[in-house]
Design a protein around this ligand. Structure first.
Ligand SMILES: *Cc1c(COP(=O)(O)O)cnc(C)c1O
Length: 416
């Protein structure tokens, strides 16, 4: 029986976990930062490794009993280095945000200048946004997208870097549908003597599978989450040039964290092994193919897309042209079994709590084996939702159709 032990000890919690499992099974999950990990990753990250303390690094721990944990961490590091072709790796960051904080902490003191993409232009909170510690403890300056093309304004990046001389330049995004030119960032960083940190959290799986150019040859440091397109457990990772390894390792532990989450490290190692296969390479390319097709189908149905389309796993839709706003549309989509999130669009005249856009991504649906015909269905459903945001009967009808389609695409790691 599924959740046998939990059902006995804590039936209330077991019930909630089962309900969430069914929800993930029965819905089309389009949040671009989410995915389905394999059963193997679930087993590793749900293991007794959660019982073990291991502050320090392999061979230099502060607790005994590290015979196997050292091997696990070394294996994860080795696989990360091989998969991404990096000189060094740290697999201990608890998640993407702590990984970024460690990168700043390695090179900056409070009040130093950092530079990143503005949140309302697709950057992450931790790229120096005001409400984040990264905007509060550092002097954060923010570049933007070009007002017409909605691509990163590389001229602005160069001009601002020359003017502000940041210690760290952060490249990478959380809501940007196009390729990022890491070579330009590297050139600018070199010119002004900044450390280039690329945050590839969203696109790590695409990079691993060769479906997006790699930042590793260009950046001093690359931070990432492990649970988005890379399809591992929730966690973080830092890849760096050898010259920066000491500073980064020191910033992660003892700078920022205590004991690493060994069960997560094991899950990451498994995910990295999976990501090195030809099957994953095909998966990464299929994510992009699906996103491009979803974008084209939405375009045909009158949805306006930021930058006109996509090069990666993500589509940013401006729904204001349909006479609706992001929040009610995302809520109506959810009722219809299509899970997304409302999102600002570049130069959005609307407030962040009800912006003009929704953000869609294809990593999770592609993990279920969905392809072009399903992307077309999703676009058609979204078009129907847009016409019936307040029509609960219609939304429930769509939800039934979505569930029916999901039945034929079993989700990895879900066995009920
Ligand atoms: C998701 C994300 C993060 C933060 O990761 P958490 O694991 O949520 O802390 C950082 N940077 C980018 C670009 C992201 O997309």
């Amino acid at each position: 029986m599924f959740m046998e032990h939990l059902s006995k000890t804590d039936p209330q919690m077991a019930q909630l976990v089962i309900q969430e499992t069914e929800r993930q099974r029965d819905k089309v999950r389009l949040i671009p930062s989410e995915n389905y990990v394999s059963a193997a990753v679930l087993e590793a990250s749900g293991s007794v490794l959660t019982n073990k303390y291991s502050e320090g690094y392999a061979g230099k721990r502060y607790y005994e009993g590290q015979q196997y944990v050292d091997e696990i961490e070394r294996l994860a590091i080795q696989r990360a280095k091989e998969l991404f072709g990096s000189e060094s790796a740290n697999v201990q960051p608890y998640s993407g945000s702590p990984a970024n904080l460690a990168a700043y902490y390695a090179f900056c003191r409070p009040g130093d200048t950092i530079m990143g993409l503005a949140l309302d232009h697709g950057g992450h909170l931790t790229h120096g946004w005001g409400v984040s510690i990264t905007g509060d403890f550092f002097n954060a300056v923010r570049y933007q997208l070009h007002p017409e093309t909605h691509l990163i304004d590389y001229d602005m990046v160069r001009q601002m870097a020359r003017q502000h001389r940041p210690k760290v330049i952060m490249a990478g995004a959380t809501a940007y549908p196009r390729l990022i030119d890491f070579a330009v960032f590297a050139e600018v960083a070199r010119e002004v003597g900044a450390v280039l940190v690329v945050d590839m959290a969203h696109i790590a799986g695409l990079v691993a599978g060769g479906a997006h150019p790699s930042p590793v040859p260009h950046a001093d440091v690359v931070t990432t989450t492990t649970h988005k397109s890379l399809r591992g457990p929730r966690g973080g990772m830092i890849l760096m040039k050898k010259v920066h390894a000491k500073a980064i390792n020191k910033a992660v532990f003892p700078g920022l964290q205590g004991g690493p989450h060994n069960h997560t490290t094991a899950g990451i190692a498994v995910a990295l092994k999976e990501a090195a296969t030809d099957e994953f390479k095909a998966y990464a390319h299929k994510i992009v193919e699906n996103a491009k097709h979803l974008a084209a189908c939405l375009n045909e149905r009158g949805f306006a897309l930021v930058s006109g389309g996509t090069d990666n796993h993500l589509v940013l839709v401006d729904v204001s042209k349909k006479g609706i706003t992001g929040k009610p549309f995302a809520k109506a989509m959810d009722r219809a079994g299509l899970e997304a999130n409302y999102n600002t669009v570049p130069f959005d005249p609307r407030p962040p709590m009800d912006p003009s856009g929704v953000r869609l991504g294809t990593p999770a649906v592609t993990s279920r084996g969905m392809g072009k015909p399903e992307m077309e269905k999703i676009a058609t459903w979204m078009d129907r939702v847009a016409k019936s945001v307040d029509n609960e009967a219609e939304l429930d009808k769509i939800s039934g159709e979505v569930k029916e389609m999901c039945r034929t695409f079993p989700a990895p790691g879900i066995s009920i």
